[in-house]
Design a protein around this ligand. Structure first.
Ligand code: DHB
Ligand code: FE
Length: 289
């Protein structure tokens, strides 16, 4: 399998292979850190058995042909060879798992983690600026707020971790031209649970589309875009961690996220403060663990 590289473009053009391979490495490292928990034999047989029977039902109801079966097999192999399984899973499947798990979680709504979380980012103050290039493009954005228990108690020294795409839609760690750690960091709340993070507004994000995932989108006539979003992971001692995203309400694709991961409670509308800085407040509420 070859991957097209756009050498004509003046803007950097990281390939799907770059982000696919890096997403695979990152997933393996994160999984090792979290510990992968095996399910019981009963659940494996129940879940996998039902998945396989759903696939067989689709084959029957769509009268699937041999060439279609072989094309599917070739595509699955290419996804593996391109390291794109983390992308495929997080775009097409994770939102259903997140939705299911969040049924039992109170407080701020969660959203998918996606493939681009990287642990061990620097802890910054309660009022902080994310690490960024001296000439980082994009509208300056200040996200401020408070972390509280769902009973209203402010949570001091809680962690508001943020990671996001840059103004061109690229994530550090997954695009070689973006410096490591760019637009990633952990704000630690003050005595009143407050934080204020200075960053830039992210751009809509296009999932890697030169590889097998992109070929599938093209074949199905689906677009590859996610609306502009900030990723957040909010942690406090004794509380259930919330992994979520905030979406810029005026961004393109808010109504047609390829990853189906928007929720109305997670839209933000930053307002220009008159100096060219967009500001928005968002409070996080965590339930006890
Ligand atoms: C993918 C990328 C993201 O930034 C995200 O938030 C969700 C999914 C992806 O490429 O799979
Ligand atoms: Fe993302």
């Amino acid at each position: 399998m070859t991957t097209a590289q756009d050498n004509q473009s003046p803007a950097p053009s990281p390939t799907a292979a770059d982000s696919g391979a890096s997403a695979t490495v990152a997933f393996k490292q994160n999984a090792a850190r979290r510990g992968v928990v095996a399910s019981s034999q009963e659940r494996v047989a129940g879940i996998v058995g039902d998945i396989l029977s759903a696939v067989r039902d689709v084959i029957r109801s769509h009268d699937v042909t041999y060439p279609e079966y072989q094309a599917t097999k070739a595509w699955l192999m290419a996804v593996g060879e391109g390291g794109e399984w983390p992308l495929v899973m997080d775009v097409f499947i994770e939102h259903a798992v997140e939705d299911q798990v969040s049924q039992s979680q109170n407080g701020t709504k969660g959203s998918i983690e996606g493939p681009y979380y990287l642990p061990d980012q620097p802890k910054l103050g309660a009022t902080c600026t994310l690490p960024m290039r001296a000439d980082e493009k994009g509208t300056p954005l200040v996200l401020s707020g408070q972390v509280r228990d769902i009973d209203g108690t402010p949570l001091a020294a809680s962690e508001v971790e943020i990671w996001q795409a840059d103004d061109d839609g690229y994530y550090s760690g997954f695009a070689p031209h973006v410096p490591d750690g760019n637009l990633r960091g952990v704000a630690v709340t003050d005595a009143d649970g407050h934080f204020a993070i200075s960053t830039i507004q992210p751009a809509p994000y296009q999932i890697p589309h030169e590889g097998p995932t992109g070929r599938l989108l093209e074949a199905a006539g689906w677009h590859p875009w996610r609306p502009a979003h900030l990723h957040l992971m909010v942690r406090a001692d004794g509380h259930r961690t919330i992994t979520t995203q905030l979406y810029l309400a005026t961004s393109a694709y808010v109504d047609s996220d390829v990853a189906s991961a928007t929720k109305p409670e997670l839209f933000i509308e930053p307002v220009d403060d008159g100096t060219g800085v967009a500001r928005v407040t968002y409070d996080f509420e965590l339930e006890k663990a």
